[in-house]
Ligand binder design. Structure first.
Ligand SMILES: [Zn+2]
Length: 147
């Protein structure tokens, strides 16, 4: 069984929440579709991890023209194509895994063409229809230990 936990007070808006949820559900789909999941203590297969990251950044919509990550990268770099966005996201995710951080860019570049989802095949980011106003709670400040 797989569990997906998100701390929504760290999510700036509902679109980002939906993109993140789609991203994480895609990983669960890939793992349940035969992508082997390492057991604790076992080393990750970095090529397969890179592949599921490329798929997740593609399918989530975050790298489409009005996606959250692509807009962020454009604001920082002045430009960013769909491919640059997907690769940057996947590399960023791989870098956070101890097994794959060395060579993350090479893993992503090696599998990109086989794992990407063409931008033209995506219909757009998931539609967000808020039922309630987006008002996540403020992060809880940890109290200092009492003396
Ligand atoms: Zn991911």
């Amino acid at each position: 069984m797989y569990t997906y936990v998100i701390c929504y007070e760290n999510i700036a808006d509902p679109t980002k929440l939906v993109e993140t949820t789609v991203h994480e559900l895609l990983h669960i789909f890939d793992f349940c579709s035969g992508c082997p999941v390492p057991t604790p203590g076992e080393k990750l297969d970095c090529s397969k991890t890179a592949c599921t990251e490329v798929r997740a950044y593609s399918i989530s919509g975050t790298c489409l023209a009005d996606g959250f990550l692509r807009k962020y990268l454009i604001s920082k770099l002045g430009h960013c194509t769909y491919e640059e966005c997907v690769k940057a996201g996947a590399i960023g995710s791989l870098i956070t895994t101890p097994d794959c951080k060395d060579g993350a860019e090479q893993y992503v570049n090696k599998i990109y063409e086989n794992c990407k989802v063409e931008e033209s095949k995506l219909k757009g980011p998931p539609t967000v229809i808020p039922v309630f106003p987006w008002n996540p709670p403020k992060p809880v400040q940890e109290k200092p230990l009492s003396q």
